[in-house]
Design a protein around this ligand. Sequence first.
Ligand code: SAH
Length: 545
Amino acid sequence: MREKGKLFVVGFGPGDFKHITQRAVEAIQESDLVIGYKTYVELIEHFLGEQTVVSTGMTEEVSRAQEAVKQAESGKKVAVISSGDAGVYGMAGLIYEVLIEKGWKEATGVEVEIVPGISAINSCASLLGAPVMHDSCTISLSDHLTPWELIAKRVEAAAQADFVIALYNPRSGRRTRQIIETQKILLQYRSPETPVGLVKSAYRDRQSIVITSLAEMLNHDIGMLTTVIIGNSSTFLYDNLMITPRGYQRKYTLNDEQQPLKPHQRLQKEAEPWALDQEGSHTTNDGAVGVLTKAPVKKQTSLDMARKALAIVSGQEISMPAPIVQQKIESLFELAVSPGVANKEFTSKQMITLAEVVGEKGRMEYTPNHKIVLKIPTSEPETITSQLQEAGFLLSPVGDVLSIKACDFCDGEKAEPIPYADELQRILGGRLMPKELNIGFNGCGMACYRAVMEDIGIVFRKGKFDLFLGAKPVGRTAHPGQPVAEGIEPEALVGIITNIVEEYKENAHPNERLFKYFKRVKQIQGYPYRDITPVIEIEPAPCGD
Ligand code: SAH
């Protein structure tokens, strides 16, 4: 029996020898015969040895496939090569079509191996930054085998659905109209400032990369070797790179200009000042042609209104322009609320407001610090804050920030020190700290709201203040703070506490709680550290153990 041949259908990637896969090289080198378009064969010459090469012109794809099948059936190992991936506008489908026509079956016919390669959407995206990232599609503008009406329909559907779009075969010497039509369709749904990347000959000798905008893209060279990547409604430019965020939801917290940017918080708004739901955001880029600004929210123009009026009086529908697609960027808004520094009483209106703003999709959690943390998916955090403020809530950010917790001063009967608690809240409340820092403020020596168990404890007694520092508020080795001063004059209190907080903020290590800092530096603002904690032999038990 004659030895059966084999057909490799090989995608060799963008065109340089570093971005071809190992398997593609093996397939080419194992073959007796390599068949491909002339330019492609030249690109992989580097890997060729004894193979017979059949290189043909561009339009002879069908005869190339037929020749490949014939040679494989005669017992040869044949590699049919495509640039990028052979299964993306490449030779793979055509080879199967020719085989099927001949009644080929996998079990009995010649062996077929499709070797995947890096397609232009991937190689070109890598040169532009990270423009694909989210849902995307490829559309070939070649109407050689596909009717233009269908292509236009696909462009429109993709534009409407906010896909990132990679346009293959955008223009040739003869075919120039399609890219113009495509831009026209896209502009009906996307902002003219939408970032667009044009990559020509990616990873080849004459590589060129242009970052532009939907409005400007036709002012640049676009040809058969170009891939055009159109951003979605949240794609932005940064430092001459085109980046599409991973999703439409990001985290937003109150008071965020004072908050840390931990890796898990990278998607906060202030980390993305270019986010499209922010007023007046501008990002320029070195040398890039486009400047990304906030996409215009389509306002009703007088023309729109006139058209509507005409439609009503004439009883005829007058066609309206398609709306610009602008996805709302939903934030997960996190903040904490309490009825106030010196008030522990919720009103019914406040509870109703909470239920309203949190809605079905949000969450409410109470904390050990007399607060309720809210997590609300929303694209309008400002509306929520104003509703909460109107209901009389004290709003505070969550995370490693300074919080002040006071007693209710016996329902306000012992009101004398309240202004000092309010003043501290005004100056220090919500400030970013190396680690969560709680100030406990109690109105009498009973200290029933446990001020001495907080990082900083303040107790009002006989018209003056006592100060406690360095409690370890949680854990199995929890202990109160040590008394460092008694009888502080009221006028001096705010200054002293502010200095302590400033010193801690300035000098503590990240994540170093106040008691650890106090123990390490041995004195804060002249108050010496004394080790008053009893020595107890106890196994350390961090979280989860
Ligand atoms: N099979 C190929 C696509 C072939 S269609 C792949 O998967 O990449 C031909 C189109 O692919 C070109 O018109 C161009 O739009 C794109 N293309 C292929 N190689 C490219 C490269 N190196 N740089 C830019 N675009 C490329």
